[in-house]
Design a protein around this ligand. Structure first.
Ligand SMILES: [Zn+2]
Length: 351
């Protein structure tokens, strides 16, 4: 057990270290970003629009701004807490009149002649921060959203679960609650669970109506490999299927070539929770719960978003904004009980 935890942390540790370094590098803004830094910038960007880790609230001594802009679709509520009733959902990018501010950081605002309370985490001066990754000449909408062409949100989890029981509890919960997750375990992870428990995590997840995609064999930065080496790394012990997520989201022409050679399409993400960085259930849930229609949300199996309760809370938050989660697979006709998902994903996921 200790060995597994160690391995999971190593997987994330590598991701964290490289990403953190790249984010700092991009923040310095001295040199034009390399492909790797560019990919990290796109990862770092949404964080600015996301709620910060809650900290001690200072009662504002500065005077209130007259107007604030919603940074996401934001619920206007009867009181300054998510437990109060929703009056209306204010679209992202709307300017609202500020009336007062609670010590909790919530604002009393007026929108369309209705006055209520809205969380200050999603209000800021100026225009909403763009959260769409911007890389040149890539069919990003397709690559980032993968085969989900619906308005439902897909929760995706990379790397490796901490324990077999944590994995089972999540996929059992998802299957029972009619939620279809996308899991991207590494080959290392699959081999490790197979060796120790005789369990095939991919098969187990599929038996509960969940989707499984490739995340390489050893979680290496594929850009350092040639096309041939990259294809070998993707196949190896990695999940055999037709969609894959490159480790670190790191992509260049070699990586594209490797995926093409391995007969896989790249599926990254549109909404990053940075769960590995915050390691807080509350923040991870808040960030995932702030996803927009059709988003692919990135989380990891070894961190705080991968529990039945986290997923339940994320579903409730999205539902507050009128957004549904991708549903578990119910067979080709979409009817009846939850069915085993195919190894190869359809080009349009039945979310
Ligand atoms: Zn990963």
């Amino acid at each position: 057990m200790a060995k597994l935890t160690g391995m999971s942390r190593t997987i994330c540790g590598a991701a964290c270290g490289i990403l953190a370094a790249a984010i700092v590098a991009s923040g310095a803004g001295a040199a034009p970003p390399t492909a790797h830094q560019a990919s990290a910038v796109t990862i770092a960007q949404p964080a600015a629009a996301l709620p910060a880790v809650p900290g001690p609230v200072k009662v504002a001594t500065a005077k209130l701004p007259a107007l604030l802009t919603t940074q996401a679709n934001l619920n206007l509520r009867t009181g300054s807490s998510t437990r109060t009733r929703i009056i209306i959902t204010i679209p992202k990018g709307t300017s609202v009149k500020v009336q007062a501010r609670a010590s909790s950081g919530w604002y009393k605002v007026t929108y369309k002649s209705r006055t209520g309370w809205a969380s200050g985490q999603y209000l800021a001066a100026g225009k909403p921060v763009k959260s769409g990754p911007k890389l040149p000449s890539i069919p990003l909408a397709h690559q980032n959203r993968g085969p989900n062409k619906t308005s439902r949100v897909v929760l995706t989890y990379d790397d490796c679960p901490r324990t077999l029981s944590s994995f089972k509890s999540v996929i059992n919960y998802a299957g029972k609650s009619n939620i279809g997750l996308v899991l991207a375990p590494t080959g290392d992870c699959l081999v490790s669970f197979k060796r120790r428990y005789g369990v095939d995590l991919a098969a187990l997840a599929r038996s509960k109506g969940q989707w499984v995609i490739n995340h390489s064999a050893n979680h290496v930065d594929l850009r350092r490999l040639s096309c041939t080496q990259g294809a070998r790394e993707l196949r190896g012990t990695g999940v055999r299927t037709n969609y894959g997520r490159p480790p670190y989201g790191a992509i260049n022409s070699n990586v594209r070539c490797a995926y093409a050679r391995a007969d896989m399409k790249i599926w990254t993400w549109t909404h990053d929770t940075l769960d590995w960085m915050v390691r807080s259930k509350q923040t991870t849930v808040a960030r995932a719960g702030a996803a927009r229609r059709g988003d692919t949300v990135l989380m990891h199996m070894q961190w705080e978003g991968f529990t039945p309760d986290s997923i339940r809370q994320i579903r409730n938050r999205l539902s507050d904004s009128g957004i549904g989660l991708c549903r578990a697979y119910h067979g080709k006709d979409g009817r009846g009980a939850v069915a085993k998902t195919p190894v190869y994903l359809p080009s349009s996921l039945p979310c």
